[in-house]
Ligand binder design. Structure first.
Ligand code: ZN
Length: 252
């Protein structure tokens, strides 16, 4: 259980991931120092065939803290999975923002619009590290101050994941309602699901999700919880949605 006053405590978050990594013989290493703070990656040494792994990230927007804790809780409960499924996790991609409760990085830039820049001092290192990897599923975990419930983006729908989006949202519906808006960020939204037109990407830069589906596997969800709901509820909602998405992915 994370208390409200600890929600932005990066030291505690990192210590918990370090403990998890040590206990399960996983690699937890520094990607780089970015905006004065270390950014970490958790991974295992499972080889796996191409496309069999999982990619999860949170905290790219520093004021969206619940998913950072959800991912940790999910990983603590499912560490056995990491013994046989290749996995790459970025527990918090914007530690400066996490600590300062700020969406952007220290330079005022939105890190979720800079994935087209392989020279970026943080994202460039991740882009290089992910080279040649493909994933059966990638998840990007976010929150939204304007949201009145949970919703998600499914940027690339394929036949076999036809109802995954609906199932992922349904699993958290007992915790939080599905966002009722008909458009979100100018995009048509049906029952909390946005399926963006691939020919109409954000004009202000490449988000992580688009970078991932174009380079590392086509099954991706960006999951959102409403920032104004209680922290514990948001953490629980993300956790059950991560679990559902991963369980669906492992069936294929
Ligand atoms: Zn976000």
């Amino acid at each position: 259980m994370i208390l409200n006053h600890s929600a932005h405590d990066y030291t505690i978050l990192v210590e918990k991931w370090q403990t998890l990594a040590k206990r399960n013989s996983l690699s937890f290493k520094k990607v780089t120092i970015y905006n004065q703070f270390p950014v970490y990656e958790l991974c295992n040494d499972c080889e796996g065939k191409a496309g069999s792994g999982l990619y999860l990230s949170a905290g790219i927007h520093g004021d969206e803290v619940a998913p950072c804790w959800s991912m940790l809780h999910w990983a603590e409960k499912n560490a056995d999975l990491f013994k046989h499924i290749p996995i790459v996790i970025y527990p918090c991609l914007n530690p400066w923002g996490f600590i300062n409760n700020c969406r952007a990085d220290m330079n005022g830039e939105d890190l979720n619009r800079l994935w087209g820049n392989p020279m970026h001092p943080l994202l460039g290192k991740i882009i290089l590290r992910l080279k040649n990897l493909t994933f059966r599923l990638s998840l990007n975990l976010h929150e939204d101050f304007d949201a009145n419930g949970i919703y998600l983006y499914e940027p690339c729908q394929n036949a076999e994941s036809g109802f995954w989006a609906e199932e992922i949202l349904m699993t958290a519906q007992s915790l939080l309602p599905i966002d009722s808006r008909l458009t979100i960020d100018g995009r048509e939204t049906i029952n909390g699901i946005i399926r963006p037109d691939r020919n109409n990407p954000p004009l202000d830069g490449i988000p992580e999700a688009i970078y991932l589906i174009e380079n590392h596997g086509r099954r991706n969800f960006t999951i959102e919880t409403p920032s104004e709901a209680s922290l514990c509820t948001r953490i629980s909602a993300h956790e059950v949605m991560i679990e559902k998405a991963v369980n669906l992915a492992l069936q294929y």
